[in-house]
Write a protein that binds this ligand. Structure first.
Ligand code: NAI
Ligand code: MG
Length: 345
């Protein structure tokens, strides 16, 4: 199904997904419409819905759609247990060379452990220790006496993610990029990353400040003094760990958006899953997916609309006090959608 907008429409793939996915995508589409977002949605099925239809959680029609639009908003997909399905997220990452994982964390509800957190983590998404070069070595009849894993960081891949992070900083009015590494010990694997990133940083001198930090010290500083961080760029494994730590600073994954950006496409989603325990009850919080949609608006150059959406979220949470159950409120998905629509109209 394709819905079209008048002028300047930007075709985009919409995957409602499983569990609470359809409820929160409905809410987000309605809110975006009122906000004047330019997307012309091509709705495609993935996950369990797609398995029911054709046996594949990532059907060719969905891949074709993203190949065409190069832009997608994705609801959570239930990963079927057993049956030998490869993770849909990993397949998408490979298919569209989604090399940058962007996870912003911003304090949305005052009164938590930390106030006024505003950090964006940019994680390299294709290289490092996640390339899957792993094997065992048999010794003395023990077939798995030793385990070996190799990481691969390329100069090109390191430059590419650093350029992404610095460009992101410039485009989003950010002041500083912190390069996070472990080049004191993993001298080759993360040394190449540090050197490439510093090289890139030189081209942004005077526009974006740069510093670098060893990952363990960074993990501690994030807890002691998170306000010193602005944009962080790091390798795959460190990014995986630090992005969850940073989400913890603002109250967990519940309202965390994420973007996977690559050469061939950009896919935006909530970090949370399909929440089968509350699916169909109309109580799901649509804000993580809405924040992902705001990132998508930034990505296509509609930053003003993105800002209006974020301001509306701030207003609804802080001033109107409309919050869903996961935020210890009593509002339904409909209530919070209506509150956002009122502010955006
Ligand atoms: P989950 O994130 O779906 O749920 C964890 C807890 O958070 C549940 O109690 C749920 O009710 C609550 N929750 C999550 N999102 C919420 C929202 N928007 N509003 C209110 N409460 C919310 O994680 P879980 O249960 O481990 O995974 C469920 C399914 O989702 C699995 O099949 C998993 O593979 C899949 N999943 C998919 C992801 C994706 O497509 N990106 C990411 C994470 C999990
Ligand atoms: Mg992770």
């Amino acid at each position: 199904m394709t819905t079209t907008h008048p002028s300047q429409a930007i075709p985009a793939t919409l995957v409602p997904g499983d569990g609470i996915g359809p409820e929160i995508t409905d809410a987000v589409v309605e809110i975006l419409e009122v906000a004047g977002a330019p997307f012309a949605w091509d709705v495609q099925h993935g996950g369990m819905a797609a398995i029911a239809a054709g046996g594949d959680p990532l059907p060719p029609a969905l891949l074709d759609s993203i190949r065409r639009t190069r832009l997608a908003l994705k609801g959570p997909l239930t990963t079927p247990v057993g049956g030998g399905f490869r993770s849909v997220n990993v397949r998408l990452r490979e298919e569209f060379k989604l090399y940058a994982n962007v996870r912003p964390a911003r304090t949305l509800i005052p009164g938590g452990r930390y106030e006024d957190i505003d950090i964006v983590l940019v994680r390299e998404n294709l290289e490092g220790l996640y390339v899957g070069f792993e094997h065992y070595i048999p010794i003395d009849g023990d077939p798995q006496a030793a385990a070996i894993s190799s990481g691969v960081n390329t100069r090109a891949g390191s430059r590419r993610i650093a350029e992404f992070a610095f460009d992101y900083a410039v485009r989003n009015g950010r002041k500083k990029v912190t390069i996070v590494h472990k080049a004191n010990v993993l001298k080759a694997l993360t040394g190449i990353f540090l050197e490439a990133a510093k090289d890139v940083a030189r081209r942004y001198e005077g526009r974006v400040a740069v510093d670098d930090r060893i990952v363990d010290a960074c993990a501690m500083q994030l807890v002691l003094d998170p306000w010193r961080f602005d944009v962080i760029v790091t390798t795959n494994l460190f990014g995986d760990i630090l992005s969850d730590e940073i989400a913890g600073l603002v109250g967990g994954l519940g309202m965390a958006p994420g973007a996977n950006i690559g050469e061939d496409a950009a896919i935006f989603e909530a970090v949370h899953g399909s929440a089968p325990d509350i699916a169909g009850r109309g109580v799901a919080n649509p804000l993580a997916l809405l924040l992902a949609a705001a990132m998508m608006l930034d990505h296509v150059g509609h930053g003003t609309t993105a800002r209006r959406v974020r301001d509306a979220i701030d207003g609804v949470l802080r001033e109107d006090g409309v919050r869903t159950g996961d935020l210890h409120g009593r509002a339904s998905t409909r209530d919070i959608t209506a509150a956002l629509v009122r502010r955006l109209r």
